[in-house]
Design a protein around this ligand. Sequence first.
Ligand code: ADP
Length: 468
Amino acid sequence: MMRAWSLRRRMMLMFCAVVGVLLTGCFAGLYILLSREVHTQLDRQLLEAARPVISDLVTDPADEDDVNQLNLPGEYFELVDSSGNILQRSKNLPAGVLDRGAIPWAGSRTVFWTLDQRGRDRLRLAVIPFRRGNQQELLVVATPTLTADRTLGTFRGIALVLLPLSLLVTALVSTWYVGKSLTPIATFTRHAERMTEQAANSNPQELWQPLPVTTPRDELSRLAETFNRLFDRVASSLGQLRQFVSDASHELRTPLSVLRGETELLLAEPREPKQYHEALRVMDNELKKLGRIVEGLFTLSMADAGQLRLASDPLYINEVLEAACVLLTPLAQTKQIAIERELNQDCPYLGDEVFLRQIFVIFLENAIKYSPQNTSIKVQLEATGRMVSIHFGDQGIGIPPEHHAHIFERFYRVEQPGYSEAKPGETPSGGLGLAIAHAIVRAMGGSIDCVSELGAGSVFTVHLPLHQ
Ligand code: ADP
């Protein structure tokens, strides 16, 4: 198979071909113009030379020697009658110089002609008809074209040197310029190849070196910026994916090892029914944990793929919120936490009741989990035009400012002295709750805000569009 030519070579050849055609065209055009001008000049010269001779012949038709006596350097004359007989011939014109067979005799109008006779100088001649008395005669004036030919020859010589020289210069300049212009692309290619090689076995975020963005800003620097953004995104997605997989397997490993430990213990020797019961309770707990993690991961992966199927049922958000509060009241009561709600406003909505309740439960559970005893949680609903905002405010331990940006990440937990472990009935900290809430709210076209003060409490606000 023929090897494809490189872009560099194709561009260079294209430049040279275009410049070559243009230059050849220009030189040819100039040559034609110059040669036409030179001949016009010669013709004008011939007419100028003929004018006084004709005028003499016409004013004095009796004089039979007017032309015979002429002897001007570089100008030959011949007087011919209408039948082609030579009447007179200038002294400097030897016989046979003007080959009458080669000269067009046009009769009534002036004809210009170039006579190219073997072994003789080329002659430019004019055949001028005029009337002498009642006779129609022709005056032939000729002059050698030597000077004109020399001028045109010099031009041809210059063109023959300049044309290849210009092509050579074009080839050199285009090779240099195309090479210089394509260098960033070669750098991009090397970069991308290196990234591809290394991405498979190391952390892409560590390897990633941004492409140099050249100034002034041109198409290539914009391409470099776009590449940088793309690689950044790919690197961070790859990094997140790896982190997610490692976090997920770590989370799954703990309940699995507890389960394995329990079963091994039970199978080691016969046990009392009470011991079986106790082990089954532990196993049930761990299975629930596992189920929750797997369920959460499934929701997140569906949301990532944009395939979270949200129903579009008519409902009242205040009612779903009230139901979630009722569901969690027993848990709140174990810590003497009051769930105060301001849900008097009817808020009709078209959406998915199950996912909405799941979000509300996540915020309420967190508020209970991260609040000390004898505090209160405030749940407010606020519908403003096209948006509805639901606030979950607690008087809990709050979130340290440096963790604010991360709490919605998967498996992210804040280790805090104010919170040690889940109380009975509480969902143990898994670091997935806020990530799931965030993914669902985003799928609903909304957003979540968090304002929190360490030691004073947090307010999470869910904003949802009323009409999608
Ligand atoms: P978890 O299962 O650990 O609660 P989440 O994703 O729901 O996971 O929350 C992530 C982290 O955010 C928690 O570990 C906790 O430190 C912090 N957090 C969430 N809600 C609150 C809250 N109401 N008060 C204080 N901290 C909170």
